[in-house]
Ligand binder design. Structure first.
Ligand code: NAD
Length: 354
């Protein structure tokens, strides 16, 4: 039966679609609004596959979502559609509230309506898998890890809308019995990531010899997860996750932002033509910090490892090298994106205004 993947033209959603169609042989409908963050080039390898179909639409548009679900009769909905960039949420949060909160609500309501009318095995098998972030847990100090029972404490408009959506999903599970699952993962990286996010942004700026603006002192720590490892974790949760449960997904690769940028500079010095001005680390400039910038995120992924046998297969050094090599080999993918957007410019510097 069909899986509806919302946001399937985004960074993680497209990796999910490619995996489900090409590796798992599943029937997939990609439901995506095709915002600035979407790119259909990420789906070129499966676009002709009869098991794959794209439907353009908005998860917050109830009539369209109803038609979609009635027509596809899915065995699962994987919700990856979101406004996902923290810096943009600081500049303007309207779309974040609309898509992440209202959109998730609409999907839940229409999934509930559909599921309530199912019977037997179809009803038993149906799953609503909501993909979320570790940012809902707020900021860690130097010690400790986020577990599935860590209290929510979001800092940014983005993470607040994701937190709201997670609460809605759990409430629809508890109140209406909808068979929901929630995953909260750490920072993803890998091929096809839109070049406004830290790794591709710094990679492309460093490639071009542009200054590398690092927030604050670069001490903020993130746990990095290679996107293909994340996709395998989502498939494991969809297959074997216990209904109503939450699973944290992390790469076990904590790095300070400055370490990540150093790693990128060194890889580019090795793999790309040298810059006349010298080593790329000299391009680093410390800039005013992001408002509300969380100090550290780190995931305890014990539950998914013990219950579902998943763990990340890529260590960070290998994943970062593979990512830089991919960006160097795929200029035809990112060049047009840079030309049609301001992707390499700083966003989200908005000060707390009086
Ligand atoms: P992305 O920004 O690359 O892609 C989002 C996709 O959603 C785009 O294709 C966009 O067109 C689509 N979309 C946006 N609004 C929509 C709407 N109203 N209706 C239908 N489609 C819409 O995001 P991503 O990085 O692939 O993230 C996917 C999910 O994973 C998000 O829910 C995000 O919160 C979560 N997540 C991402 C990361 C990360 O590091 N990228 C980490 C943790 C969690």
């Amino acid at each position: 039966m069909t899986i509806i993947v919302t946001g399937g033209a985004g960074f993680i959603g497209s990796a999910v679609c490619r995996h489900l169609v090409a590796q798992a042989g599943r029937q997939v409908v990609n439901f995506d609004k095709l915002t600035y963050a979407a790119d259909l080039g990420t789906l070129a390898s499966i676009e002709e596959d009869p098991r794959y179909r794209l439907v353009r639409g908005d998860i917050a548009d109830r009539a369209t979502v109803r038609r979609l679900i009635e027509e596809c009769r899915p065995s699962a909905i994987m919700n990856l559609a979101a406004e996902s960039h923290v810096d943009r949420s600081i500049d303007a949060a309207d779309d974040f509230v609309r898509t992440n909160v209202q959109g998730t609500f609409v999907l839940l309501e229409e999934a509930r309506r559909y599921w309530a009318a199912l019977e037997g095995d179809e009803r038993e098998a149906f799953r609503f898998l909501h993909i979320s972030t570790d940012e809902v847990y707020g900021s860690l100090g130097p010690e400790g890890l986020f577990t599935e029972t860590t209290a929510y404490d979001p800092s940014s408009p983005y993470s607040a809308t994701k937190a709201a959506s997670d609460h809605l999903v759990r409430a629809w599970g508890r109140t209406y019995g909808l068979p929901v699952l929630v995953t909260n993962c750490s920072n993803n990286y890998g091929p096809y990531q839109f070049p406004e996010k830290l790794i591709p942004l710094m990679c492309l700026r460093a490639l071009h010899g542009q200054e590398l603006p690092v927030y604050g002192t670069g001490e903020n720590v993130r746990d990095w997860l290679f996107v293909e490892d994340h996709v395998e974790a989502l498939v494991a949760v969809l297959r074997g996750g216990r209904v109503g449960e939450t699973y944290n997904i992390g790469g076990g690769s904590e790095r300070r932002n400055l370490e990540v940028v150093h790693g990128l500079c060194d890889l580019l010095d090795e793999l790309a033509p040298p810059l006349p001005a010298g080593p790329r680390r000299e391009l680093i400039r410390f800039v005013e910090d992001r408002p509300g910038h969380d100090a550290r995120y780190a995931i305890d992924a014990t539950k998914i490892r013990e219950q579902l046998g998943w763990q990340a297969r890529h260590d960070f050094a290998a994943g970062l090298r593979a990512t830089v090599e991919w960006y160097l080999a795929n200029e035809a993918w990112w060049r047009p994106l840079l030309e049609k957007t301001n992707a390499l410019q700083r966003l989200g510097a908005a000060r707390r205004q009086a």
